[in-house]
Design a protein around this ligand. Structure first.
Ligand code: IPM
Ligand code: MG
Length: 356
């Protein structure tokens, strides 16, 4: 029997409850397709701060490095708002992305057919379907650049810096071009090259790289224009590649086209098959423990994990289909509509399993 050893980081807020549903689905898929999942539960984020005083204990990093891949719920919450920036739950997330070299963040934004009315974008614009892949650089740029705070002439200041090297841009561009080759061979590189030096280097490097991918139709867009185009005409996009901070912002925007941020999965990859999988939404502390969170983004992240890291493509496709089938019948409150049965977090997990 094939065995997969993964580290699971449930995190904070709704993290534990949505991860439990994904684990349930993974186990059910394993039974059907003949593989066994072994889970090593470790701490990261607020729960790790409470237990150990650190958002990312070394033990967690070591366990992740030994695993086949990592599965994450969500981290953060108001409880830790008062702690200094470098000790916040989010610092754990950035730390693990850096420590594991997860430079390529794949964030698919798509409309799920049964949910198409939930999209705030008119049907005439999306024609009821949309499938964009955002490739976000994840271990560079302003998130990891030189930063500081101080006092100058009696006044407090703070700064962060955006810096990219050619090799950092090249490796993320390669991921994006290869993704485009597997999809519709259309790539939009998003930058702010009319203002930023780092963006000018980004654009120059992407253009250089495009010579290796003559079949891919490449265009460039300023980030402000891209934010507008995502709402005006999202169908023009296939694959978008962009920097860490622009990708953070644009992926939240693109996710809403699907109707609920509770639907979107993500993969963060290094070279090869190693990756970390998580829903793109946060820990939603306001609804934690109520059993009403939508577990589908997490379940779809589990499907991405099976596909990209664990060579279980068939099981992954089955889970995706089961999610669509579940949506035809039941809804969690965030996507509820008359005519459907309203279910809890675990009710949704059960329905997905029923449709496997
Ligand atoms: C995301 C999140 C994180 C980010 C936060 C929680 C640090 O918004 O994964 O998009 O900004 O990368
Ligand atoms: Mg974000």
């Amino acid at each position: 029997m094939r065995e997969h050893n993964i580290v699971v980081l449930k995190g904070d807020g709704i993290g534990p409850e949505i991860v439990d549903e994904a684990v349930k689905v993974l186990d059910a898929a394993g039974k059907k397709y003949g593989f066994k999942m072994n889970y090593d539960y470790e701490l990261m984020g607020g729960c790790a701060i409470d237990e150990t005083g650190e958002p990312l204990p070394q033990k967690t990093v070591d366990a992740c490095k030994k695993a086949d891949c990592v599965f994450l719920g969500a981290v953060g919450g108001p409880k830790w708002d008062g702690v200094p920036g470098n000790k916040r739950p989010e610092a754990g997330l950035l730390g693990i992305r850096g420590a594991l070299g997860l430079y390529a963040n794949l964030r698919p934004a798509r409309i799920f057919a049964p949910l198409k009315e939930a999209s705030p974008i008119k049907d005439s614009i999306t024609e009821g379907n949309l499938d964009i892949m955002i490739v976000r650089e994840l271990t560079g740029g302003i998130y990891f650049g030189e930063r500081g705070t101080g006092v100058e002439n009696g006044e407090e200041y703070a700064y962060d810096t955006e810096k990219y090297t050619v090799s950092e841009i090249k490796r993320i561009a390669k991921t994006a071009f290869e993704m485009a080759m597997k999809r519709n061979k259309k790539l939009t590189s998003v930058d702010k090259a009319n203002v930023l030096d780092s963006s000018r280097l980004w654009r120059k490097t992407v253009i250089e790289m495009s010579k290796d991918y003559p079949e891919v139709e490449l265009n460039h867009m300023y980030v402000d224009n891209c934010a507008m185009q995502l709402v005006r005409n999202p169908k023009q996009f296939d694959v978008i590649v962009t920097s860490n901070i622009f990708g953070d912002i644009l992926s939240d925007e693109a996710s809403m086209i699907s109707g609920s941020i509770g639907m979107l999965a993500s993969a963060s990859l290094s070279d090869g098959k190693f990756g970390l999988y998580e829903p793109i939404h946060g820990s939603a502390p306001d609804i934690a423990g109520l059993g009403i969170a939508n577990p589908l983004a997490t379940i779809l992240s589990a499907a991405m994990m099976l596909k990209y890291s664990l060579d279980e493509g068939e099981a992954a496709a089955d889970i995706e289909n089961a999610v669509n089938a579940a949506l035809e019948k039941v809804r969690t409150p965030d996507i509820y509509k008359d005519g459907f049965k309203k279910v809890s977090t675990s009710g949704m997990g059960d329905e997905v399993i029923k449709n496997l």
